[in-house]
Write a protein of this length. Structure first.
Length: 96
């Protein structure tokens, strides 16, 4: 979360590093959430298995799903900007 705020403030300040920081923050968020869900699955839903299906979906799966989907789209957007910048640099080197 703090790295995400850092990316936001870097963006407000006009720093080009904000895209890389946003990509890194989104990657860490997706990885953490998938790891958290994976641990829950491996443990046999030890921490949330006492909930009925409706509660489990509404209060666990949907919020955690958002913590995967939204940062994933941030990763795609920031990653494409990074790749475009790298391609532009590579094209400039080939022309010289």
């Amino acid at each position: 979360m703090a790295v995400g705020f850092l990316a936001f403030f870097l963006h407000l300040g006009g720093s080009r590093a904000s895209v890389l920081v946003a990509f890194t923050a989104a990657t860490m968020t997706v990885s953490k959430t998938i790891l958290y869900l994976g641990l829950e699955i491996v443990s046999g839903f030890e921490n949330v298995g006492h909930n009925d299906l409706r509660t489990l979906v509404a209060l666990y799966l949907v919020p955690n799903g958002l913590w995967i989907i939204v940062p994933f789209f941030i990763m795609v957007a920031a990653g494409s900007r990074i790749l475009c910048a790298l391609a532009a640099v590579d094209g400039a080197k080939k022309n010289n």
